[in-house]
Ligand binder design. Structure first.
Ligand code: RB5
Length: 145
């Protein structure tokens, strides 16, 4: 089974722990990039290393969490090989995989119930990219520089 990369700041810490334990109990291997407590941290310090690892294909899929999910996804999407999608409902997660081939799921830790977040994660992990016309579109995403 593939290893997932997971990371968060202090605002996503509790949700990260909840999801990590659930994933482990289902047999997933999880590389935890932190943070490891409620202490305040700067989300770029956690998300850069995780996104770089995805960019380098060390892990296929990542889950990142900050308060809104916005800052974390902004950082992750700086990497050419990363397509991070901020999702707060399963339908968005499904389309982010089917249409955008998202390889990182960003979650808003302060604005989503853990059960709802787990539903989003489950759909994200079990949905495949559709390819076809979406492949053409995804190929047009990377930055020019
Ligand atoms: C931390 O207070 C908060 O700003 C951060 O978790 C995140 O929401 C940033 O986008």
């Amino acid at each position: 089974m593939k290893t997932l990369a997971i990371g968060c700041d202090h605002a996503g810490y509790e949700l990260k722990e909840y999801l990590r334990e659930k994933l482990l109990s289902l047999g997933y291997e999880v590389k935890d990039f932190g943070t490891y407590s409620h202490d305040s941290v700067d989300y770029p310090d956690i998300i850069h290393p995780l996104a770089e690892a995805i960019d380098q294909c060390l892990y296929e899929t990542g889950i990142i969490i900050c308060g809104t999910g916005a800052g974390a996804s902004m950082v992750a999407n700086k990497y050419r090989g990363v397509r991070a999608a901020l999702c707060w409902m399963p339908e968005i997660a499904e389309l982010a995989r089917k249409h955008n081939d998202a390889n990182i799921l960003a979650l808003p830790g302060r604005f989503i119930h853990p059960d709802a977040a787990w539903e989003v994660v489950s759909v994200f992990l079990s949905t495949s990219f559709e390819g076809g016309r979406h492949e053409r579109r995804v190929k047009k995403i990377p930055p020019i520089l």
